[in-house]
Design a protein around this ligand. Sequence first.
Ligand code: PLP
Length: 470
Amino acid sequence: MVYTDTRDKKVKVDFKTAVMSGMNAETGGLYIPVEYPRLDDSLLKRIPEPSFREVAFEMAKPYVQGEIPDGDLEFIIQDAYPFTSKVVPVDHTSYVLELFHGPTCAFKDFGARFMARVMSYFNRGADDNLHILVATSGDTGSAVGSAFHNVPGIDVTILYPDGKISPLQEKQLSTFDGNVRALKVKGNFDDCQKLVKTAFTDADLRAKFRLSSANSINISRLLPQSFYYMYSSLVVKNRIPQDSKIENPSIIVTVPSGNFGNLTSGLIAREMGAPIAGFIAATNANHTVPDWIDSGKYSARPSVATLSNAMDVGAPSNYERIASMYTLDQVRSFFAAYWTDDNGTLDAIRDCHEKTGYIVDPHGAVAWKAWNDIRRGAMQDLIDGKTMDASKPGLVNNIPEWGKSILDKTAVGILLETAHPAKFGATVQNAIGREPSMPDRLEKVMSLPDRAIPMKKDYASFKEWLVSNL
Ligand SMILES: *Cc1c(COP(=O)(O)O)cnc(C)c1O
């Protein structure tokens, strides 16, 4: 596969270059494949549907062709995904897609684990280790640390602000052994990020060590997230005749979004033949993308803090990928856009629990809120000619092509649940009066010994540590 750049279509690189460099330093653009080959009908139409791992293998194949042989790719997929995504019906026309069955209980495991194995594959035969440095304000560090744990030829140093992340998050970061270690920095997240950036531009350090980042804009994190869209839409398509007997259903996927990497992966799956009619882009009070779909003008802004904190992004990096794949009219033809505030998020946790018995986390709650408001009247209002005030929570002024399927009652929803609710126990408790039960793997981490290394926030101390420990 040839990869090009969102800012310069003349750029042509291979998969290895796109993965190992993360982004194009010359243009500041992001890598995207030049095409999204449709899967064969023998796979798309098979009943029962293929397994998650078979879907993953067939989808990954064209993107690594000529660079990773089939046997090695198969090993990478098997090794990355001892777990899978799970489709859980919660009412006649709604399915929750649980993406938290990986080791760190959030959907980022899907992308990070594939990326780690691909980087290790491309790094094989190198004489010395590749050193990953990552600054984190919470969830990304644990997904990356866990993904690279015990991966040969690579080690990871995670920097996090001491005392500024939740106790559970800290345990998830600081209890690794072997090739993954955490530095708790006396400072804030910006200090951590500055230390990492300074290290990357330090010529003396770069002459001594091979340094790399595990950035969320890496194409090898985006591609594997498309696997679960394909898999779940095939599962749901095959279930609809039994569950709701709807003829010609429109499958609509609601994606709680921040940086819009997850939703971009959904677009890739749709291009490759996933039976998805459209998407609901659901955000918290950081509603840059709903505003863009409403007004046609994109304006990035500083982020605001919310209960769904992994979505607190005011300048979503993958907007650039979406805008290079589609025109605004195309985006409007298959996206509805919706945003909610913290009250709406708490309401949704309560509402979902009351109506279905299912407990969603604050990120999944944003999706539940959007899907339910839209099917319970907001889309009808819009089609009836009502004008929405996009500066207030709710559906924004755009009727996608599938809008009518909501009125016909032929729409079926897949709602992405991006984290396990136990990671946000206090918010859930606040909404429904009790905490969700802890999965074993989270419970276990709470009793592991803390191995974080205290670090001052000045670069000289950090560099000294790197030089004597890498
Ligand atoms: C990162 C994250 C999101 C947002 O995903 P994007 O790809 O940035 O849109 C949503 N929920 C959870 C739990 C996350 O960790």
